[in-house]
Write a protein that binds this ligand. Structure first.
Ligand code: GLN
Length: 305
């Protein structure tokens, strides 16, 4: 299996030059487009990995399913559903998803920015810094890695330049969908996106979702089973933004991408997969990462369809 992964990385390496590094967050443009790694945990506790699986990058949008899990753990499905919907937007991750006169909670999707910013207000904590710290703690717990930290430079870079996210947050405020101070809420969102992970962390988090809320190796229950189903269903329809349909056809498993170049894939009951290659397509998804998942899915019959 390790050989298969090496082979897939070799075959897909040419795609690392096809995409572009995210540069709307200046710090992300410093990534090395040549980095390419994969890490897989399977249900028989096997680990397979290849390439730059140890290199760190910021989690970016892959924090959204973790944010959703924490919102569910803090409030339950009913309350979360009242604030943030489940329908795919079919639009880019930073789209101002606003039609004419009204913005309703059903218009918000937890896997795109507007929904994620709204979810920061649902998680519990005395201050927004405390909310972020609880999210960081959950990320460490799901990844089984207590050393996961914030990437301060990326956080500051995004905070300085995040005008579009500010626009989204102010729109939420205008329509009463967030009531707290916009900058406080955004600070939590920017920090959340700047958590530093590697492929192994993503594979472990993905595995807990694939394994209905139980940790790899120990089998410890980390969150209720029905939350895994809820999150996985949304990842399937929206995890790759407006590329989710294409991804469902080509790969066929729930997954989440981030503009740091990571992809976390969830193969229900079978595997958690973490992939990293920072060059992105126009939708903000890792080009070589998707290609590698496509080959892997064909080889190992991963598609759930
Ligand atoms: N931090 C990024 C942003 O808000 C996350 C987007 C992404 O990973 N697609 O723009």
């Amino acid at each position: 299996m390790d050989e298969l992964l090496e082979q897939i990385l070799r075959d897909c390496h040419p795609y690392t030059t096809e995409g572009k590094l995210a540069n709307y967050i200046p710090e992300l443009a410093k990534a090395n487009p040549d980095d390419f790694g994969i890490y897989i945990i399977s249900s028989d506790d096997r680990i397979n990995r290849a390439g730059d699986y140890n290199k760190t990058f910021t989690i970016q949008s892959i924090v959204k399913p973790i944010l959703l899990l924490l919102a569910l753990m803090d409030n339950g499905i009913e309350t979360v559903r009242e604030h943030v919907g489940v329908e795919a937007t079919g639009k880019p991750f930073d789209a101002i998803n606003y039609s004419e006169q009204s913005l309703l909670s059903d218009h918000l999707n937890p896997m795109v920015n507007m929904g994620a910013i709204a979810m920061c207000t649902l998680i519990k904590g005395e201050s927004y810094l405390e909310r972020f710290e609880r999210l960081l703690e959950l990320t460490r717990k799901l990844a089984g890695n207590p050393s996961i930290q914030l990437d301060e430079a990326v956080y500051l870079s995004e905070k300085r330049t995040g005008s579009k996210n500010r626009a989204l947050a102010y729109l939420l405020k205008t329509y009463g969908m967030i009531t707290d101070d916009v900058e406080d809420v955004l600070d939590c969102y920017f920090r959340a996106c700047s958590i530093k992970v590697n492929c192994a962390d993503l594979a472990k988090i993905g595995y807990t979702l694939a394994n209905h809320g139980r940790a790899p190796f120990s089998g410890e229950r980390l969150f209720p089973e029905q939350y895994a189903s809820y999150v996985n269903a949304i990842l399937m329809t929206c995890g790759m933004y407006d590329g989710s349909g294409e991804f469902a056809v080509k790969v066929g498993v729930p997954a989440k991408s981030g503009v740091g170049g990571g992809i976390m894939a969830v193969v229900p009951t079978r595997m958690g997969i973490g992939i990293f290659s920072p060059a992105l397509d126009q939708k903000g998804n890792s080009v070589a990462g998707i290609k590698a998942l496509e080959l892997l899915s064909k080889k190992l019959y991963l598609s759930i369809f």
